[in-house]
Design a protein. Structure first.
Length: 94
C-alpha cells in the first residue's frame, strides 16, 4: 500500500499559526450553594492551531487534517472569548 503524506501545497492553504493561550473560564457553584462558597473564575491554558480570529473571539484547534481536493478540517476546537484572554503567544515551529 502506497501512502502519500497529505500536506497542503503552499498556494492552496496556509497552515495556521500555533499558539499558547492563558484565559479565564466560568465555573458554576455546587447545587446547594451559599454566598461564601461561590467559585471564582477558573484559570485555563490552551495550545493549538489558531484557526479563526475576529474582534470578539479566537478558535484554537488541536489538529488539522489535510484531505485530498477539499479544504482542511479541524478537530477539538475551542472558542475563547477575547474578554477572557489574559495572554496569547505565537509558538515557533522547529
Amino acid at each position: 500500500m502506497n501512502r502519500k503524506k497529505k500536506t497542503p501545497k503552499s498556494n492552496e492553504f496556509q497552515v495556521p499559526k500555533i499558539v499558547w493561550c492563558r484565559w479565564l473560564d466560568a465555573q458554576h457553584p455546587m447545587s446547594t450553594w451559599q454566598e461564601e462558597h461561590l467559585p471564582g473564575p477558573l484559570g485555563c491554558e490552551s495550545c493549538g492551531f489558531l484557526v479563526y480570529e475576529d474582534a470578539d473571539r479566537v478558535v484554537i484547534s488541536a489538529a488539522v487534517a489535510y484531505q485530498e481536493e477539499t479544504k482542511p478540517t479541524f478537530t477539538a476546537e475551542i472558542v475563547i472569548p477575547k474578554v477572557c484572554i489574559q495572554e496569547i503567544r505565537e509558538l515557533t515551529r522547529t
